[in-house]
Design a protein around this ligand. Sequence first.
Ligand SMILES: [Zn+2]
Length: 117
Amino acid sequence: MGLIICDKHGETGFMPFVSKELAEKIIANEPLGNKGIKFVEVIFIDEDDGEEFQQLHYWMSQKCFDSLSPKESYVIQSDEDEVELDKIFDPIMKGGGICGRCFENYLESNSENGVTH
Ligand SMILES: [Zn+2]
C-alpha cells in the first residue's frame, strides 16, 4: 500500500483498487443509498507453482457494476489473463483509488445498505 496525503487523515495508506466513480463519491461523501457497493474478486495464481499469492477486491458502485457487467471473480494466471483483466477494468479503475481510512469510513457508513458481492 502506498502513502497519500489525505485532507482529513493526513499521511495515510492508499487504497488503489477503488473505481474512479466510487472514489469521487467517497470524496464528495455522497451516499449510495440502496444502490449499494460491489466488489469483484481478483485472484492471482503463480504460474510456476499454481499457488494463490494475491487476492484483491476491485470496488465499485452497484450502478457501475451493472453497466460494466463483469464476472463476480477473475482468476489471473498468466500475462494474457492480466491484459484481459486490465481491458475490462481500466475504463473504471484508471484514475481511481482513495485514502484507505476514508474508504473504510465510507463502507461503514453505508453498511446498513449492505455490501453485496
Ligand atoms: Zn482520508
